[in-house]
Design a protein around this ligand. Sequence first.
Ligand SMILES: Cc1cc2nc3c(=O)[nH]c(=O)nc-3n(C[C@H](O)[C@H](O)[C@H](O)COP(=O)(O)OP(=O)(O)OC[C@H]3O[C@@H](n4cnc5c(N)ncnc54)[C@H](O)[C@@H]3O)c2cc1C
Length: 604
Amino acid sequence: MPNIIIIGSGFAGISASLTVAKNGFNVILISNMPAERSQSVMAEGGINAALNSKNENDSVENHFEDTIKSGWYLADPNAVKALTDNAPSILNRLVQLGVIFNRDENGNIDLRNFGGQKKKRTAFAKSSSGKQIMSALIQELRKYESKGLIKRKSSHSFLKLVKDNTGNCIGCIIIDNKTDKIIPLKGDGVIIASGGMQGLFRNTTGSLNNNSITTAELFVSGVSIANTEFIQYHPTTVKFSRKNLLISEAARGEGGRLFTNYNNKKSYFMEEKYPELGNLMPRDIVSKEIWKIMNNNVMNNNTNINDNNIFSDKENSMKKSSVFLDLTQINNDKLEDNLLDILEDCETFLNINPKKEPIEVQPGIHYFMGGIKVDEHHNSSVNYLYAAGECCCQYHGANRIGGNSILGAIFGGVTAGNTFIEDIKSKLDIKNIIINNIENSISESDISEIKNDINLKKEYDDIFKKEISYLKNNIDLMKNRNKKTSIYSIKSELSYILEKSLGIFREEKELENGIFLINKLINEKVKDCYDCKSSIYENLNIENLCILGKSILKSAIIRKESRGAHQRLDFPETDDINFKKITVVNYHNNKININFEDIPNFRK
Ligand SMILES: Cc1cc2nc3c(=O)[nH]c(=O)nc-3n(C[C@H](O)[C@H](O)[C@H](O)COP(=O)(O)OP(=O)(O)OC[C@H]3O[C@@H](n4cnc5c(N)ncnc54)[C@H](O)[C@@H]3O)c2cc1C
């Protein structure tokens, strides 16, 4: 029976696993942490679907339009159409699996407002939507685990993709995080679902366990990535313990208001400037407005910021000030019913009671619109390698709307799984996979048995042996290096450089300086160094992370326009003629190459 290897057990990885297993194929689900600790669990606000349960004449067409428009017309319209058309059935499926979404007084699934959307469209389970959805998906996953169709292995990390002589993916190599044992896994395909590039940065709302190493390794081995310059800053985060605590958009969806103090009065700047959507404008716009208030008059001293007219007259007259999110006007029952996690987080970590006092907020890195390049079927640039969820570049264009990410991860996982099934059926000329196989399939879940099982396929043995001996040789050489270093400090330096260059507003000088500093970092601290206090895995991959960081900076330099989450002080206008395109990046012969590709035509 054909088998697939899936890397990552967040919503994307689990959805792909269920799709493939339901069709009778074997799945090996690898992740460096158990599913229960994936970033997906952190989702609070909810998931979008045009259910129209509020009788606002919402429709899948409206959902499509909001997604495309908020993404600044950079998303693949055919992929978005499939996503938004399928959203209601995905939601219904989640209900069938036992997710307890909030209901309104008529018993319909309650919907809340979220940014960038004129209609109420976001279904939620109090403010712990991620936990609820994950519990239901894991319960379903266990059914297939007990039948031996899915073998879940956490505490293992992706190390290397393996391709045959024609460049087709034939599996991968993983490493046991506890023992450093290197394990070959042959597969008929590999789906990458390893989450966003949070690990390249420090000040993010997300999980640093998403270490970006999978994307970096794939990129360096020739897999295309796309649109990585589009990094979403969430408008309302609070700096906390060297990370950013998210105050979910749900807080504004339920009536929270942003204000700053201007001339001794509260100025509700979003409501004043954008009367239609106010506090619920798309995230790129809210973050930009908050940034301007927080940085006014300070930046003016050392950049030509004023020449670019990014400040209005009123903003020009403002001093640098703080921005607050006010939830005191929301009634207590609603706060406790719909935003309980936010109340608890504020009280536990910030010592703030949002029922009584406003929360001081600032934008923070939250989501990555770019990543591994995939087409609408979630094929990557390598045959039989697929990607889904936040690790890939799909659905969100230049800016993601809230509530579309869980949806994109689940739908993307299902789509990638289905694409694999179709590919493998035509490759092996299988007409129908007989579902009875579920009952007869093997039940062992030990990785060594998986290994033996897979090793029965002698084909490709030589390729795997060669890759393993190459890796082992590299590890021996690395361990003998004399120059000592600290991976922890290199990673801190790398994220500092990236955060400084890739802020909400960017300019060429700073981006070029970022590349200069990363090159210096590689030459002085990464090359020929070994850190015995860090894992083999981190040592093997630190240079790849630096290369991935450089490629993001290069993409940001070459996109000489402002669009969505990519705002250039030196190119403040949107340039549709030259840049309404996808930034595609490849690594070949130690060089980063960038091209722009047209957005696919909409088939309607
Ligand atoms: C605080 C917060 C709140 C959010 N709220 C919402 C919301 O309300 N609505 C919404 O739509 N979106 C929300 N999001 C975004 C959304 O949760 C994520 O984008 C989405 O869940 C990503 O799912 P995923 O399956 O792609 O990745 P993840 O859930 O991030 O899972 C990645 C998986 O890959 C594994 N992995 C990572 N690196 C490796 C490696 N090298 N080797 C092996 N395994 C690896 C991890 O262990 C994990 O299992 C929120 C995000 C955050 C941070």
